[in-house]
Every structure is written in C-alpha cells, then in structure tokens.
Ligand binder design. Sequence first.
Ligand SMILES: NC(=O)C1=CN([C@@H]2O[C@H](COP(=O)(O)OP(=O)(O)OC[C@H]3O[C@@H](n4cnc5c(N)ncnc54)[C@H](OP(=O)(O)O)[C@@H]3O)[C@@H](O)[C@H]2O)C=CC1
Ligand SMILES: Nc1nc2c(c(=O)[nH]1)N=C([C@H](O)[C@@H](O)CO)CN2
Length: 242
Amino acid sequence: MNTQPNPVAVITGASRRLGLHMTQSFLQQGWQVIVLTRDCGAGELANIDNPNLTCIECDALNDESVSAAIGSIRQATQHVDLLLHNASIYEKDQQHQSDPVSFYNDLYAIHMKLPARLNTALADLLKESVREQGNIIHITDIYVANPNPEYALYCSTKAGSENLMLSFAKRLAPTVRVNAIQPGPVKFLPEHSSDDQSKVLAETLLAVEGGFEALEKAIYAILDNHYMTASVVRVDGGRAMA
Ligand SMILES: NC(=O)C1=CN([C@@H]2O[C@H](COP(=O)(O)OP(=O)(O)OC[C@H]3O[C@@H](n4cnc5c(N)ncnc54)[C@H](OP(=O)(O)O)[C@@H]3O)[C@@H](O)[C@H]2O)C=CC1
Ligand SMILES: Nc1nc2c(c(=O)[nH]1)N=C([C@H](O)[C@@H](O)CO)CN2
C-alpha cells in the first residue's frame, strides 16, 4: 500500500489559462494543489470538485493579503513539492500613460515581490519535499532576453523574476531546484487582434501557437530531471530566433 503523502503544488494565478490548466493537470496526476487566486469563486476554478484542491484568496498586489496567504499555506501543508510562479499582468505601457508609477508598482509586486516573498517564506516546506528535491519554477518570457519596447515595464519585471530565480537556485541548493521557463506565443489573449496574431506567428519559426500543453510538458520535464537548476528553458516555437 502506498503510504507516501501526495506531492503538493502551490500555483499563483489559477482562475484561467495556464494556471487553471496546470491545476487540473496536477490534480489528475494525484497531487494536492494549493492555488493563490483573487477570487475562489471565479470561472472554472469554482467548478472543480476535488478534495485535493485548496483555494486561498490572495491579492498579489497587497502585502497584508500575501502575508495572510502564506499563513494559510503553512496551515494547509507540512511540505511543498512545487512552487509555480505563474501570476502575471500583461499590458502595454501606453495603457497606463496616466499613472505609469502605480502600473510599475503592480508589475513589481506580482512578478518580483510575490515570488521573492513566497520563495523565502516557503523554503523550509520546499526542503521537506516528499520527492527527491523541492522545485520552484518561475514562468518568465522570451522578452527577458529581447524586450518588446511596447511592454518595457512588463519585460523588466519579468527579467527581475528570472534574476531572482538564479539567486534562489544558489541559496536553496542542493535540496531545492529553481528554474525558469520562457514562453513565447503560447496562447493569445482575446484582446489580441487577428493582425497582431498573424504578425507574431509570422515571426515564429514554427508559425503556430504552442498551447498550454507545450508549457505543461516543460514543467514536467524540469520536475523529472534531478540535474536541472538555475536553468532557463525557452518554449517559444523558435520566436526568439526570428
Ligand atoms: N500566454 C502566453 O502566450 C504567454 C504567457 N507567458 C507567461 O505565462 C504565464 C501564464 O500565462 P497566461 O495563462 O496567459 O496568463 P494570464 O495573463 O491569463 O494571467 C495569469 C494569472 O495572473 C493573475 N493575474 C492577472 N492579472 C492580475 C492582477 N491584476 N492582479 C493579480 N493577479 C492577476 C490571474 O490569476 P487569478 O485570476 O487567479 O488571480 C491570472 O489567471 C504568465 O506568467 C505569463 O506572463 C509568457 C509569454 C507568453
Ligand atoms: N501574463 C501574460 N503574459 C503574456 C501573455 C499573456 O497572455 N499573459 N501573452 C504574451 C504574448 O502571447 C506574447 O508572447 C506574444 O505577443 C506575452 N506575455
């Protein structure tokens, strides 16, 4: 009889798209999943009827809310096996011309402050992983290496997240591995016009969206490779080479 406790994944931002996809994937694999989300009653997340899912409401932009969420995570589990930094805001600088400072503060809060706080606060639980090692994965962007100037503030904070990944990989080795995945055009948002989409795919060697399955495969590949840490994995259909 298997007496090993289920591994535990903590996912930030899970009400939709990749976060929701990975929540469903880990549940199907028998993991316990703890999600940090702005609204546990939002969208498909609310319809998931699974005792292995724990939903914690957290406003990533509010320090007290994050502190409370950390306390809730620590009450919910004695170990963390994967911490997945997925939550993100993706908007053009020009959408915030009236108040670029508060927009930058929000991007810093969600892409850098939240990962740094969770990596620090959950390090002891990650070292108690029931798997060979604990894992942290920062989802960044190919724009880290070659920024899109229309998204300068977004790109710079994603670069910050990737730099944090390197520091925590050094700090938490060898019991916790820390890596980054740089997606390319994986899944457009509804607000992406068909012209925008065509332009992006014309700049992509494989000329198609990757789909969240492409990122899912990369996440499991990192989890299954004991020798990967401080690594950056591009999943972009070759767009970075365009
Ligand atoms: N989709 C793509 O093609 C690409 C994606 N990426 C990266 O991959 C990851 C997943 O992408 P995707 O699923 O498209 O991400 P989304 O843009 O759909 O956002 C992911 C989550 O971030 C949280 N979030 C969004 N806005 C805010 C906000 N203002 N305040 C607090 N939380 C917020 C939400 O979680 P909740 O509602 O649960 O609070 C949301 O579900 C992201 O880190 C993204 O930057 C990088 C390059 C390309
Ligand atoms: N949080 C998000 N970040 C990014 C998204 C997204 O939908 N949410 N999408 C992209 C684009 O697809 C880009 O890769 C192609 O223009 C980038 N980041």
